[in-house]
Design a protein around this ligand. Structure first.
Ligand SMILES: Nc1ncnc2c1ncn2[C@@H]1O[C@H](COP(=O)(O)OP(=O)(O)OP(=O)(O)O)[C@@H](O)[C@H]1O
Ligand SMILES: [Mg+2]
Length: 373
């Protein structure tokens, strides 16, 4: 079935330009076009579009989205704008639009937008989860890889992973990926991107629907090409694409990790048990996080390689920290390293293990919380 499209664009030249792009796209029929949103609504009964492209830069078009949604109940609404604005994006989704496309667009960008937003629509609300570790080798990347897969499988919703461990990010190694674009290109280009075009910087994970990764730098010295402001823009834009965003971070307090914690709705503070000092490091990190007004709700300590890995031990660790430990993962070196070496995560291959059970429990809790918010 051909898509029937209505285009609303105030600028005459732009209207012509976009019309000619749309006329060249197979499978789409430009049913009507208007300069004024009011005219489109007034003559609405004559048309039965299934796609509306609405310029939101002029007049009060943004405020008219609910009226478009009720006049054309079987149409998806994609908004058109000269530039990306995270606040506008949130408002659009709340009023019933499915997505956002920068203009002018090419046929390829238009098709990508329909494909990206046509299936699920923009994420109406997004949960951004940062993974912070006071020191390196905390089991953080192992946790993220498995938790992301578990979340994607269990929720059936879009999960995006951002590798912001700028110098030594290794998520692409965990998943055997050879990315064409990374966080370096995404941050460099973000000024000119919208969610649809940012989506193509994320790499798909083979055989996993709904999960994509924005891989880390290819060389440690590329890290300095990513400035904080652009990184933050990338995360905010990704919030329109993914229901859950998981951010891997370099160890310790640094500008990137601090900014990711600020952007997150929850932060897992991870440390691996190996001798005892890590409890000390965790306490010191918590002291710093306690200045956050929402520290108790936001910061979730997790210990990996815990033995015995049981409720008593979790309570003991919570007592030591004087702060509730959210989750503990058992010592499973052989399992996690074997799984990562062949690009398959433990949650895929070792479904009966205690490690997988605990990671699945974390995913369940995130999904439950998301549903309640
Ligand atoms: N639950 C676990 N039990 C035993 N070993 C583990 C566990 N989780 C991870 N490891 C091992 O610990 C090492 C570090 O894990 P990982 O790379 O996930 O940590 P990280 O905090 O991301 O490290 P980095 O600081 O290098 O980014 C790896 O060899 C991994 O196989
Ligand atoms: Mg890591």
């Amino acid at each position: 079935m051909a898509y029937k499209v209505i285009l609303i664009e105030n600028n005459r030249v732009m209207l012509e330009r976009l019309s000619s792009v749309l006329r060249g796209v197979e499978g789409f029929e430009l049913e009507a076009r208007f300069q004024q949103a009011g005219d489109a609504l007034g003559q609405g009964a004559m048309y039965q579009p299934n796609l509306i492209l609405l310029d939101i830069d002029s007049g009060h078009n943004l405020a008219l989205i609910p009226e478009f949604a009720s006049t054309f109940p079987s149409a998806a609404i994609l908004c058109l704008s000269d530039n990306w604005d995270a606040n506008n994006a949130a408002r659009m989704v709340q009023s019933g639009a499915k997505g956002y496309l920068l203009k002018p667009f090419t046929a390829k960008e238009f098709l990508e937008a329909v494909d990206t937003f046509g299936k699920t629509g923009m994420a109406a609300s997004s949960e951004t989860i940062a993974f912070f570790s006071p020191k390196g080798k905390s089991g953080k990347t192992t946790l993220i890889s498995n938790l992301a897969l578990s979340l994607a499988r269990k929720s059936g919703e879009a999960v995006g992973v951002i590798d912001a461990d700028l110098q030594f990010g290794d998520l692409s190694v965990f998943f055997n990926l050879s990315p064409k674009s990374t966080i370096v290109e995404a941050s460099r280009d973000v000024k000119f991107l919208s969610p649809v075009t940012l989506n193509s910087y994320f790499v798909e994970v083979p055989e996993v629907d709904k999960m994509k990764i924005l891989c880390g730098t290819k060389k440690p010295d590329y890290a300095e090409l990513v400035d904080i402001h652009s990184f933050e823009e990338v995360v905010k834009m990704a919030q329109s694409l993914f229901r859950y965003i998981l951010i891997d971070l370099p160890p310790g307090f640094n500008p990137i990790s601090i900014s990711a914690v600020e952007l997150s709705s929850r932060t897992y503070l991870t440390a691996m048990i190996s001798g005892g000092y890590e409890i000390h490091h965790m306490k010191r990190a918590l002291e710093i996080f306690k200045v956050l007004p929402d520290c108790d709700a936001k910061i979730k300590p997790v210990f990996t390689r815990v033995s015995p890995c049981d409720e008593n031990q979790r309570r003991w660790l919570s007592n030591e920290l004087n702060f509730e430990v959210n989750a503990i993962l058992p010592n499973e070196y052989l399992m996690v390293s074997a799984a990562a070496n062949n690009g398959k995560m433990a949650v895929e291959s070792k479904t009966n293990s205690p490690l997988v059970a605990n990671i699945n429990k974390m995913a369940d809790e995130i999904i439950r919380r998301g549903g309640a918010s």
